[in-house]
Design a protein around this ligand. Structure first.
Ligand code: HEM
Length: 404
């Protein structure tokens, strides 16, 4: 098989679908290797300073799953599980089968930009006897006034994010992760999402969400000078610090946000644009320019009011309105049919990444909760907060610096 390595997400690489990259390796014992199409051939490295699936370009298919450690399972079982999951992720992300019991679901396909990312929830530390090493960033999120959270679909001891540009490859990885959990952990909740497929647009473009908005434009970019500081946990002040194990890691805030699509779609398109502060057609600010033109938050219209309304989502959530609070949003859309109320059970599996939730999600959501024009059209239905360890080095498993 011919494999490509995904280019590290550079400027413009985020949220744009499959990355390109040089042909990296011709592997396998196949006498006449079959060249995979470029979507299938793209592989992302599992080992490195950070886990994959954070700065990796958005994939077309995703699964989020949370697990609770089984009754009686503690630190030893957790370490064994992370060792198994890390070995599995290394194989699958290289396009290899999942050991001898492989189900065959991903046969014929390449890795298709598959990534597996692992995190630990608040309860993990009590269950493993490591309460004193739980980082402060895992303190439970505050309740927001508009929250309608289902506890059965929230939180969890362990979290796995799977993304791939092929639906079968993503499902195959999900099943393999579940099987490898063995007796150590049980699924608590699981959600499935999607984004635009690579190649669906004439050129790589920022994806759209199910409200039709271009979504992801003003994300921090790896080329920004403060990107690493904002997204990844810095090295601890002293090597003996209780949370030193999290250096190079990040915090993932996960929110299942239902979109009230019947209400939204009944809104005049011009009103829809005022809710966000950007044009629907191309994502450009209402103050003009192209998608990447900065918002002019001070411009007044002929009526003397701000062109980008005071309660526009993009204004309220902008870092300059929140003492610099920033996060990397990397969501999947979801659609689970029609809910009991007869409206689509659809929306955003909102996943955002930051070095500290108190300098990212929390202050921004607090502000959105008080007066975002988008609030009447969305409902937060589930929530999770996970500490995501730094990437594993070769021969190491994810979380080893905590669990060994
Ligand atoms: C920007 C949609 C929830 C934080 C945007 C934009 C859209 C959007 C269309 C403008 C384009 C862009 O820069 O990406 C949505 C939808 C949501 C949602 C449909 C719910 C279903 C949230 C939540 C947060 C958030 C829960 C964080 C608490 C942000 C931030 C920006 C943004 C930080 C960039 C602002 C800037 O710097 O210009 N969102 N959003 N969003 N959103 Fe949301």
């Amino acid at each position: 098989r011919l494999l490509r390595t995904a280019g590290a997400a550079g400027a413009g690489g985020l949220a744009l679908g499959a990355a390109g990259g040089a042909v990296a390796a011709a592997a396998g014992g196949d006498p006449a290797p079959t060249a995979l199409a470029s979507v299938g051939a793209t592989a992302v490295a599992f080992h490195g300073p950070h886990q994959p699936g954070i700065t990796t370009p958005l994939q077309a298919h995703g699964h989020l799953a949370a697990f609770d450690l089984a009754p009686g399972a503690g630190r030893k079982e957790a370490a064994g599980l992370m060792r198994r999951w890390s070995a599995l992720a290394t194989e699958l992300m290289a396009g290899e089968p999942a050991g001898t019991g492989d189900t065959g679901v991903a046969l014929d396909a390449g890795p298709s930009s598959l990534t597996l990312t692992f995190g630990f929830g608040h309860g993990f530390f009590d269950r493993t006897g490591l309460t004193d090493r739980r980082p402060g960033g895992l303190d439970p999120l505050p309740l927001f006034s508009a929250d309608r959270l289902d506890p059965r679909r929230s939180n969890g001891d362990l979290w796995v994010q799977i993304g791939a540009d092929d639906g079968l490859v993503a499902f195959h990885a999900l099943r393999a992760v579940q099987r490898a959990a063995g007796d150590a952990a049980r699924v608590r909740w699981q959600m499935t999402g999607f984004n635009r497929s690579p190649g669906a647009t004439a050129r790589p473009m920022t994806t759209r969400n199910l409200m039709g908005q271009v979504d992801g434009t003003n994300n921090p970019r790896p080329s920004d000078p403060d990107f690493t500081r904002r997204i990844f946990v810095p090295p601890a002040a002293s090597p003996g610090a209780p949370d030193a194990w999290l250096a190079g890691g990040s915090y993932a805030v996960v929110r299942r946000i239902r979109m009230l699509l019947d209400d939204w779609e009944g809104l005049d398109p011009r009103e829809q644009e005022r809710v966000i502060g950007r044009r629907r057609a191309d994502g450009a600010p209402l103050t003009g320019g192209t998608e990447t033109t900065p918002l002019d938050l001070h411009r007044l219209g002929p009526d003397g009011l701000p062109v980008i309304p005071a309660n526009a989502h993009a204004r309220i959530s902008a870092p300059e309105q929140n003492s610099g609070a920033a996060m990397l949003r990397r969501p999947f859309s979801y659609h689970d049919g029609i809910g009991p109320d007869g409206t689509p059970d659809a929306g955003l599996l909102f996943v955002c990444w930051q070095a500290d939730p108190l300098r990212g999600f929390v202050p921004v959501q607090r502000k959105l909760d008080r007066g975002d024009a988008l609030s009447p059209f969305v409902r937060h239905e589930a929530s999770g907060l996970f500490a995501v360890p730094g990437g594993a080095g070769r021969g190491e498993y994810v979380g080893q610096r905590l669990l060994e």
